[in-house]
Design a protein around this ligand. Structure first.
Ligand code: HEC
Length: 391
């Protein structure tokens, strides 16, 4: 299939992924909210822990939450699992189309590590499978009964993984694999633990036995983990738009810091739902983000000599136009990637900011295939800082 065909497959997969992901996280947020807002009352049926009234779309709803389970199961019981499964399936297909299909340039970065494309794919898939197994057995081990310690160890393990991946893959692929592992753990939690455990409980009830609370506790543990994963994973999934994060020399640490800000924000909402007001979590998350903006600020070129445009033109012709042209000469691309073209000087000027960000963060030239040096990157940075003029 040609590039055009693959672009449409990419489009459909990404669309499905965003829609199912929104549905999954939406239901997850909704049930979390429900849990926190059902209120106990005197006039409730026996076995009911609390109820809640809401109005939405012109209709009134009343939801009751059972302490364990109703005495008799209703004919129709809704399960929530397909949004999780389809998010993972579409996400994995997208990983294959957007990254593994062009693994030589999209995953491998020879300036980071010299891998063949198949080695890169094996490391990528191995990370997802291995990461899930390590997580799963850590939860089942005695560590799993110490939630705070498990969270701390898990955070350090993910940070270590991010560090290792950014020294193994190109920066964007490294980020996306951390996100893909978190997404895999979340979906596998639903598939291998939450749903089967609920099944066991429901089956016990059908047989007229009391459901074993152990299964419920294990499912709740995984559900809570998924809850804290949501904000960090959503950032990683859109991180591609922010080269100042993944393109930075400390990209792994920036990822860890953003994950803390995200999970901390989630924690604030969880506390609030339980009626506990916290004053320091949100301001701390804001301080983390502002500090990151400061740490990742662009280099200053105040002392750099005046750069004539001709010098920039030469660099762009040498390093970029093979791909970014009306008629690319690179065998990799038949049309200019992302429609970005640098054939004319005005094109260069009008794209000056995007171009400079990509070059400064080291993301472009792609996989540094055209061997751009740091001094050459600084020439572009200085030209932009001096006003991106054409004379
Ligand atoms: C080997 C081919 C290749 C070379 C050489 C190359 N690029 Fe790219 N460029 C790409 C691809 C592929 C993408 C799209 C990446 C993606 O899917 O996000 C891209 C995307 C971009 C974008 C758009 C990113 C965005 O979304 O804002 C800019 C800007 C860019 N390149 C600038 C440059 C500059 C400047 C150079 C030279 C210093 C360069 N590229 C060299 C392949 C290349």
């Amino acid at each position: 299939m040609d590039l055009h065909g693959w672009s449409w497959i990419d489009l459909v997969l990404r669309w499905v992924h965003v829609v199912t992901g929104a549905a999954w996280i939406g239901t997850s947020f909704y049930f979390n909210w429900l849990n926190n807002h059902v209120r106990a009352g005197d006039d409730l049926e026996p076995g009911v822990a609390g109820d809640l009234w809401s109005v939405h779309g012109g209709h009134f709803y009343r939801v009751v939450k059972y302490r364990v389970a109703p005495e008799r199961l209703p004919k129709v019981l809704h399960w929530f699992k397909w949004e999780a499964y389809f998010t993972w399936i579409s996400g994995f297909c997208l990983l294959c189309v957007a990254y593994y299909l062009e693994a030589g340039t999209m995953v491998v970065d020879p300036t980071v590590a010299d891998l063949t494309r198949w080695q890169a794919i094996a490391i990528g898939v191995g990370t997802l499978v291995g990461g899930w197994l390590v997580y799963h057995f850590a939860c089942k081990s005695p560590l799993g009964r110490m939630p705070e310690l498990l969270a701390a160890v898990g955070f350090l393990a993910f940070t270590g993984l991010a560090f290792w991946l950014t020294r193994t893959f190109g920066a964007r692929a490294a980020y996306i694999h951390v996100g893909a592992l978190i997404g895999t753990i979340m979906a596998a939690n639903v598939f291998f633990v939450i749903i089967p455990n609920q099944r066991v409980m429901v089956d016990a009830m059908i047989d007229g036995d009391a459901p074993d609370a152990r299964y419920g506790i294990e499912a709740a543990q995984r559900s809570l983990h998924n809850n804290y994963f949501t904000l960090p994973v959503l950032f990683i999934m859109v991180s591609n738009h922010y080269p100042m994060t993944y393109g930075h020399a400390w990209n792994w640490a920036i990822l860890a810091a953003i994950a803390i800000a995200g999970a901390g924000t989630r924690h604030w909402f969880n506390l609030r739902g339980q009626g506990r007001r916290n004053v320091w979590l949100l301001p701390s998350a804001a301080v983390v983000i502002v500090s990151l903006a400061f740490v990742s600020r662009p280099k200053s070129f105040a002392d750099h000599a005046e750069v004539p445009f001709a010098e920039v033109r030469t660099l762009i012709d040498r390093h970029c136009v093979t791909c970014h042209s009306m008629s690319p000469t690179s065998p990799l691309y038949a049309v200019a990637p992302k429609g970005v073209m640098f054939d004319t000087d005005t094109q260069v000027q009008s794209l000056a900011q995007r171009l400079t960000t990509q070059v400064q963060s080291g993301v472009m030239p792609l996989a540094n295939l055209t061997h751009m040096t740091q001094a050459e990157r600084d020439v572009i940075g200085a030209w932009f800082a001096q006003g991106a003029k054409l004379e």
